[in-house]
Design a protein around this ligand. Sequence first.
Ligand SMILES: Cc1cc2nc3c(=O)[nH]c(=O)nc-3n(C[C@H](O)[C@H](O)[C@H](O)COP(=O)(O)OP(=O)(O)OC[C@H]3O[C@@H](n4cnc5c(N)ncnc54)[C@H](O)[C@@H]3O)c2cc1C
Length: 386
Amino acid sequence: MKQTNKRQVIAVIGGGMIGLSAAVGLRQQGHHVYLIERGAAPQFGDEPELRVSALAHHSRALLNQLGVWQQLPQERLGPYTGMQVWDTDSFGAIEFHAAEVAVDDLGAIVENKVLEHVLWQHALAVGVQLLAGEEVIQHQRQQEQMVLTLASQRQMTVDYVIAADGAASPTREREKLPLTFWSYEQSGIVAVLRTELPHQGVARQVFLPTGPVAWLPLGDPHLVGLVWSADQPAAEQLLALPDTAFMHQLQASSDQCLGRLELVSARAAFPLKMQYAQRWVSDRLLVIGDAAHAIHPLAGQGANLGFGDVIDLLQVFEQGVSPRSLRAWERQRKAAAVTMIAAMEGFKRGFSGSHPALKLIRGLGLKAGHHIRPLKRFLIQTALGH
Ligand SMILES: Cc1cc2nc3c(=O)[nH]c(=O)nc-3n(C[C@H](O)[C@H](O)[C@H](O)COP(=O)(O)OP(=O)(O)OC[C@H]3O[C@@H](n4cnc5c(N)ncnc54)[C@H](O)[C@@H]3O)c2cc1C
């Protein structure tokens, strides 16, 4: 297999935001692209969606370049200009604003389903062959190509398979790509809240001894997306509580930063784990997005890493894909993922537990973050996805 920039036939498995953006980008380069999604085509309604993501500048730039960002409904986008992070039982706090690094905002909060819907419609418009309600059950090599068998027994022969089928990736499992993983033994509880005070475009996060709680500002100035990461026993207790008792606990944790909070959605929980595939490229099969890596949501970087995979992969296909360029892509993206995993681990360990010495250290850490300019700049750059 040598380098070629001929028109490739590519199957993307998984229609989450990462698979869809890869499919759109590859199609716009002139390749013939299939996208196979086992669920239905993504839809959204008038009510704000439960799952939201803070997207960094590089992710937005990609979506802009694909012609997708411009089509997102403005009222469902929450650009955020400030960040406040504090620790509930020490004296530490960091606050920073976009103006400090001369940018208009630090990123934007999007509702996952809204973005996926717009990506899906755009994929359709640019000529991606979308197969919803279909599942790949088998893949085989046939000389220089791959043959996929779908649950409907349809077969397709393609040059490359890109698996973006999420953290449980059935494709990665079938290919037996080894996985390094550990459970954080936490769940992330998500919900949408109405706030008494306007959020003012500030993303807020408090570290409790059981894990961080984040309030992410949505398009409506009084709506925030909640991400409450809690150790497993605490998460189970929180989920078992009736809405009023749950909100009582949340209110108590919020330090009244947004005034009175009202639950305006159901609650859902996601188990949190760290994992990465030890190999991302197996001949003509690649894994990207959560299929390749999953991290703790505390810095909102999971999808941003996936968009980074797509940006670099599009360059590989643009310049002519080869085993060598794919290996270089794999090295580069693994390094980015491992760096982020290590940073999340540091944050998580640094902020969990309530031993007094730990409290003092993390209090000093946050104070240092507030006063030492280079450290604070580093935190801002991470938020910007640089
Ligand atoms: C609580 C929480 C908060 C988060 N907050 C943020 C944040 O603020 N910022 C951020 O950047 N990231 C965040 N993340 C991470 C982010 O949600 C994920 O990284 C991102 O959604 C991964 O997208 P994906 O397209 O790779 O996978 P997924 O969204 O999991 O999509 C995979 C798709 O593949 C399909 N599929 C699976 N198997 C098959 C098959 N066999 N055949 C066909 N289709 C298949 C599935 O139906 C699904 O549609 C958060 C995560 C959690 C849990």
